[in-house]
Design a protein around this ligand. Structure first.
Ligand code: SAH
Ligand code: SF4
Length: 356
């Protein structure tokens, strides 16, 4: 089987491909022009193109379906070389900025939500990805390629700013080496140049891996999927809490290097009559005391066969205002792409069930 070219960092390619300026040209074709064949690189000598084509593939992922949501989000389903499938979502947000003369301009802000594994071992009770079990880790190149295809498919210029969130399928810290390698490939300033402070890793709270990631000091943002404020409930929702309880996560977060202008995000999936009461908000406030934190409340996104329900708007707002009125940053995540079932694992599930 051919190697995946996107599995390699620029430094690795520089040692593999000589002379090194050729490796740099290749890197530009791949990450600035989104080339999908070596044929498309006319300034590389034919012999080099042929030898590259015999050793490497540039297309480890096949785009199977794209679904567009009313709000413009686009959800992609990709097939890997072994037939497994993963999802990624392009989220569009309108951002206000200012012209030099002070007038307001509106610009789309792109965020790509990417997968790190096929399935997930963590087995959270509310998560559709977990239902299908765990298949395998993605390689760095398979992670990188999700973004490259989405940028190409939407004609997003190489210079346009893009944010990345590792919030698709899988637990990124359970595939730490490949994820960290992808972070570095994304950040390479001769490539996609997505600075690490524009990348966010979301984790169910593998405390020991948070510590390892923290020691690498990549400048990446951290998001913690907390979802419950006491261990008894959290174990029921997220069995991983038996191995890494809430206090261990809080301790790991306190030791994590956070950019001075940033905060650690705590995601709190709100489920009707499970964790949506003001008592929970109260405990959350005291739990986060002393941490530079922000809270993101997420509506539970229901799917067929789940026992859980979406919370009411009233309880969401009450939860939020309890926290904000006490000085904690707290936002409610818009249900981006809800009509295309953009929550974790939902598109893939439909495809497996033959609905697409
Ligand atoms: N494994 C990582 C990253 C992927 S999940 C993690 O758990 O953080 C990304 C986010 O989607 C998590 O916060 C997860 O709790 C949330 N999620 C899972 N199922 C959901 C659902 N049905 N509705 C809304 N959010 C969901
Ligand atoms: Fe895995 Fe995250 Fe889903 Fe939990 S919520 S099963 S950690 S993908």
């Amino acid at each position: 089987m051919k190697k995946i070219l996107q599995d390699y960092t620029k430094e690795e390619l520089l040692t593999r491909i000589k002379p090194s300026f050729r490796a740099k040209q290749l890197w530009g074709w791949v990450y600035h022009k989104y080339a999908d064949s070596f044929e498309m690189m006319p300034n590389l000598p034919k012999a080099l193109r042929e030898s590259l084509a015999s050793e490497y593939t540039l297309n480890p992922l096949k785009m199977l379906t794209v679904q567009e949501s009313q709000d413009g989000s686009r959800k992609y389903l990709f097939e890997l070389h072994d037939g497994h499938t993963v999802e990624a979502v392009l989220l569009l947000m309108r951002e206000k900025s200012y012209h030099e003369d002070g007038s307001i301009k509106h610009q789309e802000r792109y965020t790509v939500c990417i997968s790190s594994q096929v399935g997930c071992k963590v087995g959270c009770a509310f998560c559709l990805t977990a239902k299908g079990g765990f298949m395998r880790d993605l390689s760095a190149g398979e992670i990188v390629e999700q973004v490259r295809i989405i940028k190409r498919d939407n004609a997003i210029d190489a210079n346009r700013r893009v944010n990345l969130v590792y919030m698709g399928m899988g637990e990124p810290l359970d595939n730490l080496d490949a994820v960290v390698k992808s972070v570095k490939i994304f950040a390479d300033c001769d490539g996609m140049a997505i600075a690490t402070h524009r990348q966010t890793i979301s984790t169910s709270g593998l405390s020991s891996k948070i510590a390892r990631l923290g020691k690498m000091d990549l400048g990446i943002n951290l998001a913690i999927s907390l979802h419950a404020v006491d261990d008894e409930l959290r174990v029921k929702l997220m069995p991983i809490n038996k191995a890494y309880n809430i206090q261990s996560i809080i301790d790991a977060v306190k030791a994590f290097p956070v950019n001075s202008r940033k905060r650690v995000m705590f995601e709190y999936l709100v489920i009707k009559e499970v964790n949506d009461d003001i008592d929970a908000a109260k405990k959350l406030l005291s739990l986060l005391d002393g941490i530079k934190a922000k809270v993101n409340l997420i509506y539970f996104n229901p799917y067929g066969g789940t026992e859980f329900q979406r919370p009411s708007d009233t309880s969401m707002r009450a939860f939020q205002s309890y926290l904000t009125s006490r000085g904690l940053h707290c936002t409610i995540r818009e249900s981006k792409g809800l009509d295309i079932s953009a929550a974790c694992g939902q598109l893939r599930e439909q495809a497996l069930e033959g609905e697409l």
